[in-house]
Design a protein around this ligand. Structure first.
Ligand code: 5RP
Length: 261
């Protein structure tokens, strides 16, 4: 039976980007799987590619949520410790600036995502066009910290923000059903509403020096390829290292109709 096409515009954009991204996955590769709604489209595309082309890959998910989704789509998963390195990782983002620096962690998976990105030869970031911004910071910056003494760690984060000249910011402990959200590593997340981040590298370094902070959501120099989708299925592929941008059109409705899963 043919699936009816009833995609929201934003999903068209995400699916378009995901479709192009999985073209980079080849037989025998170890592949890092990102977390979030855009990554979820990529998992569907990857499952189809495995089914249609008969390729064999080993996938390392960046969250429990992604692991579940991958298994539901018959994608074989393993651990980073087993494969040790990844040929490619495909992940989403919350923001990407013109220097290809990112804010990630909206889906609370930033710690595993950063470790997986660091173990990858090539990191492909997929997103809808609205994630591309002049300056990072409209999206609150997630900071993962351990539960023990988290309010003291938060005070240290406040001191750092004041020292770096941030004004009228807000810091929120991320909640889930009226209790602090716990990451897959059972840590807490602070969301830093900063409005604008002028020096991402400096802020990232300072935050990671705070005792109790495990990682922050600034991904600096980790994007090797940015694939942005638009509502109509147009996709732009940005290669930061070569300063190259190319454009493609994707028939998202056809792809959606033909999904096996
Ligand atoms: C999860 C992430 C996601 O990549 C980010 O939040 C984007 O999610 P989505 O594709 O749902 O907008 O960093 O920790």
């Amino acid at each position: 039976m043919e699936k009816s096409v009833n995609l929201k515009d934003i999903d068209r954009a995400k699916l378009a980007a995901a479709t192009i991204a999985v073209e980079y996955v080849k037989d025998g590769m170890n592949v890092g799987l990102g977390t979030g709604s855009t990554a979820a489209w990529m998992i569907k595309c990857l499952a189809d590619k495995i089914y249609n082309e008969g390729i064999s890959i080993k996938a390392v998910p960046t969250s429990n949520q992604t692991a579940k989704l991958a298994l539901e789509h018959q994608i074989p998963i393993t651990t980073l410790d087993e494969v040790k390195f990844l040929d490619i990782t495909i992940d989403g983002t919350d923001e990407c600036d013109e220097n290809y620096n990112l804010i990630k962690g909206g889906g609370a998976a930033l710690l595993h995502e950063k470790i997986v990105a660091a173990a990858s030869k090539k990191v492909i970031i997929i997103a809808d066009q609205f994630k591309y911004v002049d300056t990072l910071g409209s999206f609150p910056l997630p900071v993962e910290l351990i539960k023990f003494g988290w309010s003291s760690s938060k005070d240290c984060v406040v001191s750092i923000l004041n020292k770096l000249g941030y004004k009228s910011y807000q810091i929120n402990l991320r909640m889930n059903d009226n209790v602090p959200l716990k990451t897959d590593e059972k840590n807490f997340i602070l969301d830093l509403e900063l409005a604008e981040i002028s020096e991402p590298l400096l802020l990232s370094r300072e935050l990671n020096l705070v005792p109790g902070v495990v990682e922050n959501g600034l991904f600096i120099n980790s994007c090797d390829l940015l694939i942005l989708g638009e509502n109509a299925g147009k996709v732009s592929v940005h290669e930061p290292s070569r300063n190259l941008v190319s454009s493609r059109d994707v028939d998202v409705d056809r792809i959606f109709r033909e999904f096996k899963y």
